[in-house]
Design a protein around this ligand. Structure first.
Ligand code: SAM
Length: 260
């Protein structure tokens, strides 16, 4: 590897554990895919083993020194396209379409995972599936079910758009430099058919946030300015319940009352 200065501001924790890398490659299943899009290829811990399969890769990287290194590799014949960009501003329509949806992968810099998941909702129809490394805490929130401690507005909002699955955990010692927290590999797949129908998604998002405004309080309390106890009962929901116990379907039923 060339001399590269690790940049903290880009959340650079490079994977250096062959066992973990092998498990990630298995999870991605490159033998079944033609094109992959990797966010933050870094020094190639996942990229280079993937390229040993017959795949083409689009690499989106913000660190200009790494971009330069990857461009040299491209000139030497690696089957890659290199995009120097901040992924939070990247237009994925450049890479995929409904007919040819993209497979997204990446060991994500921790500070951008949640905003990225929100942004990727806009590209819903051109994404086939995603496999990411994220902070374990984020993975738990993404996959939490009603009644579980990490279940909150992020779980409800993202599960409205994606099917989410936590596959396995990765310890800090598998990276250089090691992060302070545990990580997890997750799989996310946009729903082909939404699990519930809501007419105005933006309003629904605000509604979920309001329901979770104070986690320990009941729905009656959190929603008192927007929904009466009678309306909650009409939706079949006991107003003394807390948001953290409601399924996505129950949130949608409550929201329908609000729209009436
Ligand atoms: N894939 C490599 C690995 O597993 O060793 C590197 C992972 S490292 C956690 C995150 C990578 O994302 C770094 O290469 C970093 O430069 C890049 N990165 C950070 N912020 C980014 C952004 N906003 N857009 C694109 N790439 C970014």
């Amino acid at each position: 590897m060339f001399e590269h200065i690790t940049r903290k501001r880009f959340g650079q924790h490079f994977l250096n554990d062959d066992g973990v890398i092998h498990s990630i490659i298995n999870t991605i299943g490159p033998q079944h895919k033609k094109t992959l899009v990797e966010i933050g290829p870094g020094r190639g811990a996942i990229t280079l083993p993937l390229l040993e399969y017959d795949v083409h890769m689009h690499l989106i990287e913000i660190d200009r020194d790494l971009v330069k290194w990857w461009r040299e590799k491209q000139q030497q014949g690696l089957n890659i396209d290199v995009h120097e960009a901040d992924v939070l501003r990247f237009d994925f329509n450049e890479l995929g379409s409904q007919e040819n949806p993209i497979h997204l992968i990446g060991n994500l810099p921790y500070n951008i995972s949640t905003p990225l998941f929100f942004r990727l909702i806009d590209f819903h129809s051109i994404i086939a599936d995603m496999c990411f490394m994220v902070q374990k805490e984020v993975a738990l929130r993404l996959t939490a079910q009603p009644g579980e401690k990490p279940y909150g507005q992020l779980s409800v909002w993202l599960q409205l758009h994606y099917q989410t699955e936590l596959l396995f955990d990765v310890a800090p010692g598998s990276f250089s430099p090691p992060p302070k927290v545990d990580s997890s590999i997750i799989r996310m797949q946009p729903h082909t058919k939404p699990p519930v129908e809501v007419t105005n998604k933006e309003q629904f998002h605000k509604f979920i946030k309001a329901a979770f405004a104070q986690k320990r309080k009941t729905l009656r309390n959190n929603l008192k300015k927007i929904l009466s106890a009678e309306q909650m009962q009409t939706a079949g929901i006991d107003p003394s319940r807390r948001a953290e116990t409601l399924t996505l379907k129950e949130f949608a039923a409550l929201y329908t009352q609000l729209e009436k």
